[in-house]
Design a protein around this ligand. Structure first.
Ligand code: FA5
Length: 352
């Protein structure tokens, strides 16, 4: 009996140690512990059977059993440490930085095409001696219309389909709006400074109108204003020709035609020849077959506007213009629909 118990303890110890060697994760280690050393484990089972032996045998085999038990416990501790060290080494390996690997590309932002073109336009005028100023997008009727020679009830108000702010003043009028053009800044600037004036005003405008390939309901304008003694229509044409030459090169054709704006006299619009069809396609979406794309309105500042801000109209004359940067970007880059600009399609925006 003693002999066979001793043999089973030795065999079990050997099996347990062999199996322990091949274990390499914490879960299997716990299963091993329960199987051999747990309360109902195999070694515990053998030791429990000792009660049937006589005292002397019990002492001998008991000592062997306890020795086997502490041997297995030590082996378990060792293996457990080896496993956690191997795990730590694995994590360190994963986190190690290989400085020879190529860097990850950093996604850089870029300027919106409108911003790029607005800057190009203002740069061209700054080079000709103009300064840049900005003004409010939420504007009073007073500046957007009245100071520009467009009083209440004037039919020309229909030229700008207006988004009114839902604010009613004490007289029951709605005097606040989203500016329909950057021209209100003409009056705001002239109220503040005496001639000579040379400014450009980039900014956002809003109109209550249906969109198509060349019309958005919100878009940018760049306003220009020059007032001084002796300014003539030749100065206006010279400045705008020079601007077109800087932006489009000398090959592009430029056209001035008479146009009407209540705040200039005479008034013109300036167009550039159509990049899409050269005027050869009657169904062209861009120029509708005319061969020309209008990019700005301009003219000599109306004496009524100069008088409105207190300028001496006998002494001073000036010219003003308002141009559309999106239309200019369309011409420069061959974009066939203005609605691409603000539809937030990255495939479009990443091209610039
Ligand atoms: C005006 O807004 C006048 N304030 C321009 C002006 C200033 C005339 C100073 C005389 C003196 P108009 O509505 O034509 O004019 O607009 C001027 C330019 O803004 C157009 O030539 C066009 O390039 C651009 N534009 C006008 N409406 C839109 C629109 N819905 N979408 C995109 N661009 C537009």
């Amino acid at each position: 009996m003693t002999q066979s118990t001793v043999q089973s303890i030795e065999a079990l110890t050997q099996t347990a140690l062999d199996e322990l060697d091949s274990i390499d994760d914490a879960d299997s280690l716990e299963q091993w512990r329960v199987r051999f050393l747990g309360r109902r484990g195999e070694l515990t089972g053998i030791l429990r059977g000792l009660s049937q032996l006589d005292l002397e045998e019990r002492r001998q085999v008991g000592a062997l059993g306890n020795q086997a038990k502490s041997g297995l416990e030590e082996a378990l501790d060792r293996r457990s440490q080896e496993i956690s060290q191997a795990r730590l080494a694995q994590v360190a390996d994963l986190e190690r930085i290989d400085v020879t690997l190529p860097g990850r590309p950093v996604a850089t932002g870029r300027l919106h095409p409108t911003t790029q073109v607005v800057r190009e336009i203002t740069d061209a005028f700054v080079a000709m001696g103009f300064s840049i100023v900005e003004g409010p997008e939420v504007e009073w009727d007073h500046y957007n219309f009245e100071m520009l020679n467009i009083p209440q009830g004037h039919p020309a108000r229909d030229m700008w389909n207006t988004l009114w702010v839902d604010y009613v003043n004490e007289e029951g009028q709605r005097p606040m709006l989203l500016r329909t053009h950057t021209s209100p800044m003409q009056a705001r600037v002239m109220e503040q400074v005496q001639p000579p004036v040379r400014v450009v005003v980039p900014g956002k405008c809003y109109r209550y109108e249906a969109t198509d390939a060349t019309h958005e309901w919100h878009f940018y304008q760049v306003e220009g204003l020059a007032v001084d003694e002796g300014i003539t229509f030749a100065d206006l044409k010279g400045t705008l020709y020079e601007f077109a030459r800087r932006l489009f090169g000398s090959e592009r054709k430029v056209r001035f035609r008479c146009d009407y704006f209540p705040f200039v006299e005479p008034g013109v619009d300036m167009s550039i020849d159509c990049f899409a069809c050269d005027g050869s396609d009657n169904s062209c979406r861009i120029c509708r077959g005319s061969g020309w794309i209008e990019i700005m309105g301009a003219g000599m500042v109306h004496p009524q506007v100069l008088a409105g801000v207190g300028y001496d109209t006998e002494k001073y004359t000036g010219f003003a213009f308002g141009l559309g940067p999106e239309r200019i970007a369309m011409l420069k880059y061959g974009i066939d629909d203005i609605r691409h600009f603000y539809s937030n399609d990255l495939r479009f925006l990443r091209q610039f």
